[in-house]
Write a protein that binds this ligand. Structure first.
Ligand code: AMP
Ligand code: ZN
Length: 488
């Protein structure tokens, strides 16, 4: 039933058979968020894509150790070791301790991930919790002669590294080409080569987030964090490393170089990169200031949004595009996705009440195979969803008495829909549960009764306040000639 899983490997630019290093087990590392501000929808796209990948690997029966880090130190504003530390800058702006910034945005990130029904990773290591491991790694790279110290800062020597290894391997670029794309070193520059990057950075006197090291007080570079944490939990060579495509050229290229230089081994077998969420064709990012937050998307409270969208409608919208294609945001596409998602869920409900026939009008195994084929082809969710819609069409035909389904067909379809819609795509039914509905109905009847009494006493200010306050939480009260009625 299940064919071989193929994964597009950025390293080789081909779809390859997925063969884990240790049979039955998968080590998966994904670069997590830099928690100095709220995650925007672009970030969410990457994390939701890897949630799908994690879910499918679990579904196939692999024992997966999924490590997704939290970057809570060492991320400077510029990609080339320049600019302010993002945490310290935000801390000054919000008048908080840097670690309060970290705590605030980590909690926010977790809330958002829960809303989108993503599974928590197996390990969520923080950069600040792994300073010793990073220092050890830098020491080893210096010992192996691929890094040098200038005045308390340690730089990685890219040109030296490239004499033995291929620095531009991940992006398929030659070193000269890469050097040509960077600015020349200025007189103040401590670096030997234009592509050299910091492994450890000397702290400025005012720096709060700083640690002692053999080279004095400082803090780790952003790239060394991921190398140290991935090798600690997954080994010197592990199966899959993922992140957004924007990380390929610098962050991931540097991760490979550091790990090779330290361990004399390629760190990762399969590199996976998700494509970008764009707004009018422009990549959504904090710097482009074209991002919107999940909370804005849910409430509809943003100039770009015609209305609010439910988390599962948004997740379904993302799943309708392959993770390696760009996804452009639009209200029309989101609204179409909401409808499609509702149609799929409705068909699963219909399945529950179908009356079995004695004859069968469906080749169930072919449909099951089509679902696995889609997912085995580098997690092709748009093809999977087209197949699920085809199955929904059968269910509706059966409901109209136009296609017979046996009891075994119905059970098979229930299993298929459950596996792919809920377990793999990670959707959940959003219709509220009946217990809560009943409780809300009861509470609203009590409130309307009290409001009636208030109005009889002619205390209109209080009765209006009650109506307005309820409206703020999206409950509308309408006074009709037969009394007040409420709706959501
Ligand atoms: P950051 O918090 O900036 O380190 O980013 C966290 C993750 O979000 C990284 O894997 C980025 O590649 C990814 N990312 C950032 N912007 C976008 C975007 N517009 N679309 C998809 N992924 C993104
Ligand atoms: Zn990383």
């Amino acid at each position: 039933m299940q064919n071989q899983l193929l994964i597009y490997n950025t390293l080789t630019r081909t779809k390859e058979k997925f063969e884990p290093i240790h049979k039955g087990m998968v080590g998966l590392y994904v670069c997590g968020p830099t928690v100095y501000s709220d995650v925007h929808m672009g970030n969410c796209r990457t994390f939701i894509s890897f949630d799908l990948i994690y879910r499918y690997l679990l579904h196939l029966g692999f024992k997966v150790r999924y490590v997704r880090n939290i970057t809570d130190a060492g991320h400077l504003e510029g990609d080339r070791d320049e600019g302010d530390d993002k945490f310290e800058k935000k801390a000054r702006l919000e008048q908080l301790e840097p670690m309060e910034i970290v705590q605030k945005y980590t909690l926010g990130f977790h809330d958002v991930m829960r809303e989108f029904n993503t599974l928590p990773p197996s390990i969520e290591p923080t950069a600040t919790g792994h300073i010793c491991e990073q220092i050890e790694m830098v020491k080893q790279i210096i010992a192996n002669d691929y890094a040098y110290e200038v005045n308390g800062t340690i730089y990685f020597d890219v040109e030296k590294y490239n004499t033995k290894f291929n620095y531009g391997q991940l992006t398929n670029r030659m070193l000269d080409d890469l050097i040509g794309g960077t600015r020349e070193l200025g007189g103040q520059d401590e670096k030997r080569g234009r592509l050299d990057f910091a492994l450890w950075i000397k702290a400025k006197p005012e720096q709060i987030m700083r640690w002692p090291s053999p080279w004095g007080w400082g803090f780790p570079g952003w790239h060394i964090e991921c190398s140290a944490m991935s090798s600690k939990y997954l080994g010197k060579t592990f199966d899959i490393h993922g992140g957004g495509m924007d990380l390929q050229a610098t962050h991931h290229t540097n991760e490979i170089a550091q790990s090779q230089a330290c361990n004399h081994k390629a760190p990762v077998k399969y590199w996976m990169h998700t494509n970008m969420l764009t707004v009018n064709g422009v990549r959504m990012s904090k710097t482009a200031n074209n991002g919107f937050l999940p909370s804005e998307l849910f409430s509809g409270n943003h100039p770009l949004l015609e209305k609010g969208y439910s988390p599962m409608g948004v997740r379904f919208f993302m799943m309708q595009t392959h993770y390696r294609s760009t996804l452009d945001f639009s209200n029309e596409a989101l609204q179409a996705s909401e409808k499609g998602y509702a149609r799929l869920i409705a068909s699963i409900k219909t399945l529950e009440s179908l009356k079995p026939s004695i004859s069968s009008g469906i080749f169930l195994n072919e449909h099951i195979k089509a679902c696995y084929d889609a997912m085995n082809d580098d997690f092709n969710t748009p093809v999977l969803i087209a197949e699920l819609f085809e199955i929904a069409r059968y269910i509706n035909l059966a409901n109209d008495g136009k296609t017979p389904l046996t009891e075994s067909d119905i059970n098979g379809l229930k299993k298929l829909m459950h596996n792919f819609v809920f377990d793999v795509l990670g959707l959940r039914s959003e219709t509220s549960n009946t217990e809560n509905d009943k409780a809300l109905q009861g509470v609203m009847e009590i409130i309307l009764e009290i409001r009636k009494e208030i109005k009889t006493r002619k205390d209109f200010a209080v009765s209006d306040k009650l109506r307005d306050d309820l409206s703020k939480i999206n409950i509308t009260i309408k006074d009709t000639k037969d009394g007040a009625i409420w709706s959501i």
